[in-house]
Design a protein around this ligand. Structure first.
Ligand SMILES: Cc1ncc(COP(=O)(O)O)c(C=O)c1O
Length: 594
């Protein structure tokens, strides 16, 4: 950039900027070292720009004028030293220099821009200076003994050729970094403890004693992975399977409603309680007393409901029967609640009622956790007759069946009928989740229970979380009562079927060693049996190395796994990559067993 003064040669703006910066720096300290040219600085004439910079309002036009060779007067008089009209409209004073200054200044209209530039430059210079001092002092501190006194501000000003303000700023930075401490009126000192050292938490080993449950790492199903890998591990449907538009609209409506502010009742927003009760009532056969809204407790996801049930209806040290394999989160919740898990084998038709009866007898358990519809991980759905037999065993033992209906919205070739719909004697505790079908971000579910059991669960809920966000409850209700919800569910059924069948076909073609014994009529997963001597951990490691994330089946067994299995989720992102994923899995298995 060049500035051309009339009658003068072109010159760069750099020298001007430097000189203005110096002047402005001085005035920012309130001590202009030189009188600005052709102006009388007075309080009213300083303009403030930002926090640090003020410039003279009069100086700018005067400088502008000074940049121009003095024009010839238009009138000649006897007193040429008085104000004189000159060429153009500029009225000049006699003191205006007649030859251009070397420092161009902005025209009157440019003063704001000029001041901004000055302020910016000051800031940059100030920061540069201060970091230079910080760097220098860090080195000094590194070689100094703890408690050593830093040179005085005056000495640092001289050493670094910087202003006291800049030196103070550098010292503040070092203090924030924990390297020095300032004792007012005494000086600044190197801090005794300068570097963070690893803390010793050994005392906690003694305080916590042995864990009451074996430590488990976060489940593979909860792992977040980069977009460019193929994920068969996740427990959550891809966003293309969610009613995204309905959810977004519902959330903005909820934000504008009373629910965004009000505190809802502990058991839930009454309208949502009614919706859950109504859904179960719709499946209730004639002759059975249907559930009512007052049986419903709304949950922030059914996972916490499982914990409540294990705590409130069994308690630490008490036995709880579970299918094996079963949902890893139920195993985790049980172990955190300190209950003693009693596994019963289960298959595509559910648990054998005789085995279940024996487990009740032997353990004395009063709680059986199960997934009659689209079990996670196997996808099994109990036939109606088996469901009745199981219910009879439970009743005969005066026990509860905790029915986890997590995949109610994920029927593919069948429609799920909850066992709870056929029970009006309070033996079935029903858990219904909306997390995976509405949105993992809304995370709303419910427990439907009757009698004292419901009261105990409600008390546990109040102790655990008090109540569920009314805004989330209202949004969830908005989604499931919208006419678009049923349309969405019909589309979802179709998508899940396509994805399930595609993955089945891809496995059959590229990874026949992963044998899927049962085509699930619903849910989100395939449960594949691998050759007996498969090292699951090594397989998962090698697949991940090749860009495919899989979940070994071990996490779904409450006791020792009965063989090497994989749970393969077909609802994840990029279904078009299923063939590649199957190819990589097949090739890796081939290498393991080759
Ligand atoms: C079988 C089963 N039950 C319960 C849950 C927990 O669901 P929510 O999101 O409602 O807590 C899950 C989640 O993966 C599940 O797979």
């Amino acid at each position: 950039m060049t500035a051309v003064a009339a009658g003068s040669r072109a010159m760069t703006t750099a020298p001007w900027l430097a000189s203005v910066v110096v002047n402005a720096y001085e005035v920012s300290n309130g001590k202009p070292a030189t009188t600005p040219p052709a102006t009388n600085a007075s309080r009213n004439h300083w303009l403030w720009y930002g926090r640090r910079c003020r410039v003279s309002a009069r100086a700018a036009p005067a400088r502008a004028a000074a940049m121009t060779a003095r024009p010839a007067p238009m009138n000649s008089g006897e007193s040429p030293s008085t104000a004189t009209r000159v060429n153009g409209t500029v009225k000049e004073k006699a003191v205006t220099p007649s030859s251009p200054h070397h420092s161009p200044a902005p025209a009157r209209g440019d003063i704001t821009e000029c001041a901004k530039t000055v302020a910016l430059l000051l800031l940059v210079m100030d920061n540069d200076n201060s970091s230079r001092i910080v760097e220098g002092l860090r080195k000094w501190i590194g070689a100094a003994a703890p408690g050593a006194r830093l040179p005085s501000t005056r000495a640092l000003v001289a050493q670094y050729q910087a202003s006291p303000v800049t030196v103070q700023k550098a010292l503040r930075t070092l203090a924030t970094q924990g390297l020095v401490e300032t004792r007012p009126g005494v000086g600044t000192f190197v801090r005794a403890v300068r570097t963070g050292r690893p803390a010793d938490y050994g005392w906690q080993t003694a305080a916590l004693r042995a864990p009451h449950a074996p430590a488990r790492s976060v489940a593979t199903a909860l792992r977040s992975v980069p977009h460019d890998v193929i994920g068969f591990h996740s427990g959550y449907p891809d966003r293309e399977l969610l009613p995204e538009r309905l959810v977004r609209t519902a959330l903005s409506r909820a934000a504008r409603s009373e629910a965004a502010i009000a505190r809802p009742p502990v058991a839930g927003v009454p309208e949502l309680q009614s919706w859950f009760a109504h859904e179960l009532r719709a499946a209730t056969p004639v002759g059975v007393t249907a559930s009512t809204p007052s049986d419903v407790i709304v949950l922030p996801g059914t996972q916490s409901g499982l914990s409540s049930v294990f705590r409130a209806l069994a308690g630490a040290g008490q036995p709880v029967i579970m299918e094996s394999p079963t949902y890893w989160g139920a195993i985790l919740a049980a172990s955190q609640a300190g209950v003693h898990v009693v596994p019963v084998p289960t298959g595509v038709e559910g648990p054998d009622p005789v085995e279940l009866d024996r487990a009740f007898h032997e353990s004395g358990a009063r709680l059986f956790y199960a997934q009659p519809n689209y079990a996670n991980p196997t996808g099994a759905q109990w036939p109606a007759e088996r469901a009745q037999q199981v219910l009879e065993v439970v009743r005969a033992h005066g026990a509860f069946l905790v029915e986890d209906d997590w995949a109610h919205d994920f029927g593919i070739t069948t429609t799920p009928v909850p066992l709870a719909a056929g029970d009006d004697s309070g033996h079935v505790i029903y858990l219904r989740s909306l997390t995976k079908s509405v949105s993992p971000a809304l995370r709303v579910g419910a427990i439907i229970a009757r009698g004292p059991a419901r009261e105990r669960i409600l008390t546990d809920r109040a102790a655990e979380a008090m109540y569920v966000s009314g805004a989330l409850q209202t949004a969830a209700l908005d989604v499931v009562t919208h006419p678009g919800w049923q349309t969405h569910l019909r589309g979802l059924r179709h998508h899940l079927r396509t994805r399930r069948d595609q993955l089945l076909a891809n496995l059959a073609e590229h990874a026949p060693q992963a044998h899927v014994e049962h085509v699930p009529p619903g849910g989100l997963n395939l449960w594949a049996r691998l050759p007996d001597d498969t090292d699951l951990a090594q397989l998962a490691h090698d697949c991940e190395h090749a860009g495919v994330i899989i979940a070994g089946g071990t996490e779904w067994f409450p006791a020792e796994p009965t063989g090497p299995y994989l749970r393969l989720n077909y609802s994840g992102p990029h279904p078009a990559s299923f063939p590649d994923g199957a190819r990589i899995l097949g090739a890796t298995l081939g290498r393991h067993h080759g």
